[in-house]
Design a protein around this ligand. Structure first.
Ligand SMILES: NC(=O)c1ccc[n+]([C@@H]2O[C@H](COP(=O)([O-])OP(=O)(O)OC[C@H]3O[C@@H](n4cnc5c(N)ncnc54)[C@H](OP(=O)(O)O)[C@@H]3O)[C@@H](O)[C@H]2O)c1
Length: 246
C-alpha cells in the first residue's frame, strides 16, 4: 500500500474522496487545488480518518507552482509513492460565439495541468527506484463526446501520454495506471442528464484505489460502460447527439 500520496484536484469530487480513502488507510496525503478553504476542510477530515495531510494552493496550469508543491511535499515527507493527477474541468466547448477561450482552458487544464502535476515527481521516483503515476482520464477518451470535443481530446491525450510513459519509465520501476471513469456523482456532473450507470463518488474512489493496488495499466469502469465503448465508437452522429446537450 502506498503511504506518501499527492493528489491534485483534491478540493472536491473524486480527488476529495480519494484523499479520504487513502487517509483512512493511514496515508500522508498532499492535497492540491485552487480553493484553499475547501482543501483545508478536506485535510481536516483526512486527519479525522487517521491520515496526515498537507495542503497546497496550486493552479495546475502554473508549471512552476506545481513543481514547487511537488518539491515541498517530497522534501517534507522524504519521498513519494503515488501521484494522482486528478484535477480537471469538464465544460462544453462553447465555440459557437467564435471565442476559443473556454475550449483552450479545458485543453490546458486537462493536458498541461496533468503533465505539470506528474513530471516534477519523476526524478525522485527514479532515484527511489519506485513510484506510481496516475492520470485520471475518462471513458470519454474512447469516443468523441458531442459538445465536449475539448474534453474528449484532452482525455485521449493524457491516456496516450501515459501509454508512452509506461514504456519509457519501466526501467525505473515506475508504474503508470490510467483511470477511465464513466459517469461519477460529483460537482462536475451535478445537474447533468442522460448519465447511464452513474456511480456514487465513494464507490468510484474505492475502485480506483483497488485498480492502482492491482497494478492495472488502464482501468475503465463501471464495467457496463466499458462494454458500451465499442458500440459508442460506431454509433451514427444522429444517435450520438443523445449523449450531450447544449
Ligand atoms: N465525474 C465524472 O463523471 C468523471 C468521469 C470521468 C472522468 N472524470 C475526471 O475526474 C477528475 C475529477 O473530476 P470530478 O468529477 O471529481 O470533478 P470536480 O468535483 O469538479 O473536481 C475537480 C477538481 O479539480 C480541481 N481543479 C480544476 N481545475 C484546476 C486547476 N486549474 N488547478 C488546480 N485544480 C483544479 C478542482 O479544484 P479547484 O476548483 O479548487 O481548483 C476540483 O478539486 C477530472 O479530471 C474529471 O475530468 C470525472
Amino acid at each position: 500500500m502506498s503511504k506518501r500520496i499527492f493528489i491534485s484536484g483534491a478540493s472536491s469530487g473524486i480527488g476529495e474522496f480519494l484523499a479520504y480513502a487513502y487517509a483512512s488507510r493511514g496515508a500522508i496525503v498532499g492535497l492540491s487545488a485552487r480553493r484553499k478553504d475547501k482543501l483545508e476542510k478536506v485535510a481536516a477530515k483526512c486527519r479525522e480518518f487517521g491520515g496526515e495531510a498537507t495542503v497546497y494552493q496550486v493552479d495546475t496550469k502554473n508549471r512552476q507552482a506545481s513543481k514547487d508543491a511537488a518539491d515541498d511535499y517530497t522534501h517534507k515527507i522524504g519521498g513519494i509513492d503515488l501521484v494522482i493527477a486528478n484535477a480537471g474541468i469538464g465544460n462544453h466547448d462553447d465555440i459557437i460565439n467564435g471565442d476559443a477561450s473556454v475550449i483552450d482552458d479545458i485543453l490546458e487544464t486537462n493536458i498541461i495541468g496533468v503533465t505539470n502535476t506528474l513530471v516534477p515527481f519523476i526524478p525522485t521516483m527514479k532515484k527511489q527506484k519506485h513510484g506510481i503515476l496516475v492520470p485520471i482520464s475518462s471513458v470519454a477518451s474512447f469516443f468523441a463526446l458531442p459538445y465536449h470535443g475539448g474534453y474528449s481530446a484532452s482525455k485521449i491525450a493524457i491516456r496516450v501520454i501515459a501509454d508512452s510513459w509506461r514504456i519509457t519509465l519501466h526501467k525505473y520501476n515506475i508504474q503508470i495506471t490510467t483511470i477511465c471513469p464513466g459517469f461519477i456523482e460529483t460537482p462536475m456532473t451535478a445537474g447533468q442528464k442522460n448519465m447511464p450507470f452513474l456511480l456514487p463518488v465513494e464507490t468510484a474512489a474505492e475502485k480506483i484505489v483497488s485498480a492502482i493496488d492491482r497494478g492495472k495499466k488502464t482501468f475503465v469502469f463501471p464495467w457496463q460502460m466499458k462494454m458500451m465503448i465499442p458500440l459508442l465508437r460506431i454509433l451514427p452522429d444522429g444517435l450520438m447527439r443523445m449523449f450531450g446537450s447544449h
